[in-house]
Design a protein. Structure first.
Length: 133
């Protein structure tokens, strides 16, 4: 399951940004997972919960959102490609609905840390993380 490796990399990035800002903890992480990224959003969320244990992000709220793929063709067509439902299993051969040539994904094919919130205050014993929308 490569989602755990991805979760670890996201947490490494969060720790680096926290250190650069003299923060002592990460309180919120927003992650975008493209539907064509070969990353399972549910598994990533589970892995994030496991990987953040005993880190400065231990109490962080993690929000994982999906992004719809977007593709472009040399003929000028752009839009949402017809991606197979099981794109997590294999890489579909994407072709342009206008000219039949191969199209290139221009979005929705990556996994990114979109934002994070850090704090320079230590958590208190009676503090509980709150989820933000």
């Amino acid at each position: 399951m490569h989602e755990f490796s991805i979760a670890s990399q996201i947490l490494d990035t969060a720790r680096e940004h926290a250190a650069e800002n003299d923060a002592v903890r990460v309180t919120h992480l927003e992650i975008e997972v493209g539907e064509a990224s070969h990353v399972n959003p549910d598994q990533l969320e589970t892995c994030m919960d496991a990987a953040k244990t005993d880190t400065i992000a231990a109490d962080a709220t993690v929000v994982v959102e999906t992004a719809t793929p977007h593709a472009e063709c040399a003929c000028g067509w752009s839009g949402e490609p017809d991606v197979a439902e099981n794109a997590l299993v294999y890489a579909p051969d994407l072709t342009c609905p206008e000219c039949g040539e191969r199209i290139e994904l221009a979005g929705g094919d990556s996994c990114r840390l979109m934002s994070l919130t850090v704090s320079d205050e230590e958590p208190t014993a009676d503090s509980t993380p709150t989820e933000t929308a």
